[in-house]
Design a protein around this ligand. Structure first.
Ligand code: SF4
Length: 388
């Protein structure tokens, strides 16, 4: 089995929406990023912690391996706290499941989840699967914090669930599937969805299969969107995406005045514009950096800020010159976010429960589909009158 399937579960939200992308992006290199490397390091640690919490590893073995991982460039306290949170979550989930099904099984890092019945060559690796009579749960750990991933309707997780049903369906009667995503650096997580096995199979047969066939052959229409293009290898050079973004400038509404509705419509369609411009900049920068040329552009040295060569020697020199050393340092409390990173959210919440306030946030513009309730200025005004 090749390591990466062309119709991968992780890329499914893209190739299901933009079917030609699966073939089209293959001509572009798969560039890894420091975020991806950080994610891989966090996954390794989370899996290790989970094995320990589940009693599959001795403390000594856990600590030895953890010490090796801790030498990596991305390891830090926050990563450890997130890994422990994941381990604790799946241990609790497994214990709960065993209460009603003592034969329940748990598997970590499940390779070869095969959904090729619906998507040619489709397979992937699930972080954790708990299987019991009646239900299967597929759990995924995501370390990123730049992009929120929810379980509801998540195509990657649904494809893993299909692979899990293929794998365990002969041994267990599975009529419900629970999908959970743990993204510990995002608030309101974990996120969970439930679907019946029949609904999942209908989705696979009627939605996935026809699109996967198109994707496999490189057919169908390009369908650029912020979500589809975000992780596409073709995102910098795809003309379909460029055309879609450039359309914004073709249509001029009223010749003189732009109404708020028209401004809103432009903002909605401009969802991908900022990211697209950043991707174009990355393409030009890389081309120049690699010795190529881009007409009208060059690389220059960016701004840099002066800094001390050696802080200790700076303090010594200033003190020797008669400056009061206490004036050389400033002491301030670290931020709440930093405290949570350093000491863990739970510990901080317990110690500071009466000392943390959350002021009302300033109104901010959000698309209609945003889950937060709409801000009502008029209501706030009435409340203010009531209080007088
Ligand atoms: S960049 Fe967007 S439109 Fe172009 S192939 Fe990729 S997903 Fe499709």
């Amino acid at each position: 089995m090749p390591k990466h399937a062309m119709l991968s579960a992780s890329g499914s939200s893209r190739w299901l929406a933009c079917t030609p992308s699966a073939q089209f992006e293959a001509q572009f290199p798969d560039r890894t990023s420091s975020y991806a490397e950080e994610g891989t390091a966090a996954h390794e640690l989370a899996e290790l912690a989970a094995r320990y919490w589940l009693g599959l590893l001795s403390e000594q073995a856990y600590e030895n391996h953890r010490d090796v991982l801790a030498q990596g460039p991305y390891y830090n306290r926050e990563m450890q706290v997130c890994a422990n949170g994941y381990a604790s979550f799946i241990k609790n989930r497994y214990d709960e499941t065993r209460k009603h099904c003592p034969d329940a099984e748990i598997e970590l890092e499940v390779r070869g989840l095969d959904f090729s019945r619906w998507a040619p060559g489709g397979h992937g690796t699930g972080d954790c699967i708990i299987v019991a009579d009646g239900q299967i749960e597929v759990i995924d750990f995501k370390y990123g914090k730049g992009y929120r991933v929810d379980a509801v309707g998540n195509t990657q997780m649904r494809l893993y669930a299909l692979g899990a049903i293929e794998r365990y369906g002969a041994l267990y009667d599975i009529d419900r599937v629970r999908i959970t995503i743990i993204q510990p650096r995002i608030s309101d997580h974990p996120s969970t969805d439930e679907i019946s096995t029949q609904e999942l199979l209908d989705w696979a047969e009627n939605y996935v299969k026809p699109r996967a066939m198109l994707a496999y052959k490189g057919e169908g229409d390009f369908a650029p969107s912020a979500d589809a293009c975000r992780f596409c290898r073709a995102k910098e050079q795809c003309k379909a995406r460029a055309d879609e973004n450039l359309k914004l400038f073709d249509e001029s509404p009223d010749p003189l005045i732009l109404t708020p509705d028209e401004a809103g419509a432009i903002l909605q369609r401009a969802g991908d514009l900022k990211t697209w411009l950043a991707d174009l900049e990355a393409l030009c920068m890389r081309t120049l950096y690699e010795g190529g040329s881009v007409e009208g552009w060059k690389l220059v040295e960016g701004r840099s800020t002066r800094r001390f060569k050696d802080e200790l020697k700076v303090a010594e020199a200033m003190t020797a010159a008669g400056i009061d050393p206490t004036l050389l340092y400033k002491r301030e409390l670290i931020t709440l976010t930093q405290m949570e990173k350093d000491f863990g959210k739970k510990t901080v919440a317990e110690i500071l429960k009466d000392l943390i306030v959350k002021p009302e946030g300033k109104p901010t513009l959000a698309p209609e589909k945003d889950k937060r309730p709409a801000y009502k200025p008029a209501e706030l005004l009435l409340n203010a009158f009531d209080e007088e």
